[in-house]
Write a protein that binds this ligand. Structure first.
Ligand SMILES: [Zn+2]
Length: 124
């Protein structure tokens, strides 16, 4: 697997990281490039347990734009920790980017390796 950094991740006030496959806790420096488990036998998504400055908590994943699926709840804008938009459609654009049609905010364009924050379950 190519160990390439994802582009433009956004971060919350307080985060900790646990593999959704093997359940091991990791440090930011171990997961920040790919947001997948560093164990090559696992390589599952890292779950991010985040808390904002007001103590509101949410759980999410960071996927590359090309890994996002219709129905995912994504967070393209930053802002409130619990504020996500459902993906209605994903379509390739002529310039090699991906168009996302998102609930409430309409079309957004991403590079295939842009880092997309995806909601993964509720509070923790
Ligand atoms: Zn793992």
């Amino acid at each position: 697997m190519v160990n390439k950094k994802m582009r433009n991740p956004n971060h919350f006030h307080d985060e900790h990281y646990q593999c959704s496959g093997c359940g091991i806790d990791y440090e930011y420096d171990e997961v920040r490039d790919t947001w997948k488990c560093p164990d090559p036998d696992c390589n599952d998504y890292i779950e991010i347990y985040a808390e904002d400055a007001n103590g509101t908590r949410a759980r999410f994943l960071r996927k590359e734009a090309k890994e996002v699926e219709v129905g995912d709840l994504v967070k393209p804008l930053g802002g409130i920790i619990t504020d996500f938009n459902e993906v209605y459609a994903i379509y390739p654009l002529k310039n090699g980017k991906l168009g996302f049609n998102l609930k409430e905010i309409g079309q957004r364009t991403f590079s295939v390796d842009d880092c997309i924050t995806c909601r993964n379950g509720g509070a923790w």
